[in-house]
Design a protein around this ligand. Structure first.
Ligand code: HSE
Length: 400
């Protein structure tokens, strides 16, 4: 029997219990042993819930119980999760987590402890919810050098952008609808400002390039400035606007960025809509590959966490090597990265040409402004023009 302790009985935690109960028999067969949930740590009591008999309020009970082999952490946030997880690993318990803040900040250190102790620190659910992406990066794609990962890594913003496009609504109206439906938090900042996607691409980049990518170093823009008019222009160009979290290696330099992009119908991420997530990767020998599915939610996330627990059970005292050193990867300044830009200015074509040179006009019949696409230019050159004028209404990068 393999004893497991669950830290957190919120949405994902209750999903973990549901998955363990629903698929108990097949999970045990796949793990090669019986997975026994011994404790659930939560500050609250759950009278009437069968889980109540396993509830403990003090982490010491779990930390000091040598019969616990695996700790599942689904509390979220850096503390006290970091302290609890580190202590579990140091005392020889494998840890599975869905906690992207924890993994992005302390992943390299926690992986190192797990390696020293010959146990495992697994975090499939921290990126893309139920979509397998961490394990593929760490096992299936190891013959390749990954030179690009671009993902739609946040379901809330993808839902908002999809609904704005489908119904021609503005950001605030759709955000309110998303909050009413439970797709967006009452405080939506982490999602709509891109911070959530930023942590996730930091994790994927660290794994893809094998070195610590600090999320604080990643240029991040959210979707709060995207308007119904921008979407009209996107449609006129046969494109959709997506919040893209991207990490690319170009001539040995790694650029990472989270920002809205105008995606063409040819792009594999074009039709990823609503709350779905997808991750596109390019390997130097494999070429293109894409992973698609439910990137959030109780059961998809719990599915990934429980799969990690099964993997931890299969490798109880055998570390699965994960290529992520604590040595920091210096990201290149995005100012040298080059793209075409879609731009709206107050003014006419002559003004657009005076500012940006050769441009391609996109006409959706909005009075007093002109929308156009620039030729390929660097971020720095775009910023220079933008600083020289007050007339830019908005700009969105073209994803070519
Ligand atoms: N708020 C996140 C999302 C949840 O919308 O994708 C999953 O990390």
């Amino acid at each position: 029997m393999i004893n497991v302790a669950l830290l957190g009985y919120g949405t994902v935690g209750s999903g973990v219990v549901e998955v363990l109960n629903t698929n108990q028999e097949s999970i045990n067969k796949k793990a090669g042993d019986e997975i026994n949930l011994k404790y659930v740590l939560d500050l609250r009591d759950f009278p009437g819930d069968p889980i109540q008999e396993k509830i403990v309020h003090d982490y010491e009970v779990i930390a000091n119980d040598d019969s616990i082999d695996i700790v599942i952490e689904v509390m979220g946030g850096v503390e006290p999760a970091y302290t609890f997880v580190k202590r579990a690993l140091e005392s020889g318990k494998s840890v599975c987590t869905s906690n992207k803040e924890l993994v992005a900040k302390h992943g390299a250190e926690l992986l190192k402890i797990a390696k020293e102790k010959n146990i495992n620190f697994l975090f499939e659910a921290s990126v893309g919810g139920g979509i397998p992406i961490i394990r593929p990066l760490n096992s299936s794609l190891t013959a390749d050098e990954i030179d690009e990962i671009t993902g739609i890594l946040n379901g809330t913003t993808n839902y908002i952008l999809s609904k704005m496009a489908d119904e021609g609504l503005d950001f605030d109206t759709v955000l309110k609808d998303a909050q009413d439906k439970g797709y967006a938090e009452r405080n939506p900042e982490a999602d709509v400002e891109g911070y959530d996607a930023c942590r996730k691409i930091a994790i994927l980049s660290s794994l893809a390039f094998g070195q610590q990518v600090d999320y604080e170093d990643i240029y991040t823009e959210g979707i709060t400035k995207i308007t119904a008019e921008d979407i009209k222009y996107a449609k006129a160009m046969g494109r959709s606007i997506k919040l893209l979290a991207s990490s690319k290696k170009v001539d040995g330099k790694v650029y990472a960025m989270v920002a809205p992009g105008m995606v063409s119908t040819m792009h594999p991420l074009y039709s990823v809509s609503n709350v779905f997530n997808a991750i596109f990767a390019h390997g130097n020998v494999l070429g293109d590959v894409m992973f698609y599915g439910s990137g959030a939610g109780k059961l998809p996330t719990a599915s990934a966490v429980v799969a990690d627990a099964v993997d931890a059970a299969k490798h109880l005292h055998q570390n699965i090597i994960t290529f992520w050193s604590s040595e920091k990867l210096a990201l290149s300044d995005i100012s040298t990265s080059k793209k075409r830009f879609f731009v709206r200015i107050n003014g006419d074509l002559a003004k657009a040409k005076a500012l940006f040179g050769n441009v391609t006009v996109v006409d959706v019949g909005i009075q007093g402004e002109v929308g156009f696409v620039t030729e390929v230019m660097s971020e720095a050159d775009f910023a220079k023009v933008a600083e020289s004028t007050q007339c830019i209404v908005n700009r969105i990068r073209m994803e070519d």
